[in-house]
Ligand binder design. Structure first.
Ligand SMILES: [Zn+2]
Length: 70
C-alpha cells in the first residue's frame, strides 16, 4: 500500500479536507482485484476515491496458486 494514500485516507476517514465536515465511506469495490474505496462529504459534495492496493481476496488467491503440491 502506498504510504501517501494511507496518510490521506487516515485524514479523510475523519473529516472533509474541503469544509472540515464529516465524511463517510460511500463505496468499496474489490472486484478488480484491487481494493478501491470512495469517501464523500455530504455537506459540500466533495468525494475522493482511494486505491488501497491488492485486495485481500486476491492476495489469498495468489498465495494459494503459488502453494506447492496443489
Ligand atoms: Zn465537505
Amino acid at each position: 500500500m502506498d504510504e501517501r494514500a494511507l496518510y490521506d485516507l487516515a485524514c479523510v476517514e475523519r473529516r472533509c479536507p474541503r469544509c472540515d465536515g464529516r465524511t463517510r465511506q460511500i463505496d468499496k469495490d474489490t472486484s478488480s482485484g484491487r481494493e478501491m474505496r470512495e469517501y464523500g462529504c455530504e455537506a459540500c459534495g466533495w468525494n475522493h476515491g482511494f486505491d488501497l492496493g491488492v485486495a485481500l481476496w486476491k492476495m489469498m488467491s495468489d498465495a494459494k496458486n503459488r502453494a506447492p503440491g496443489k
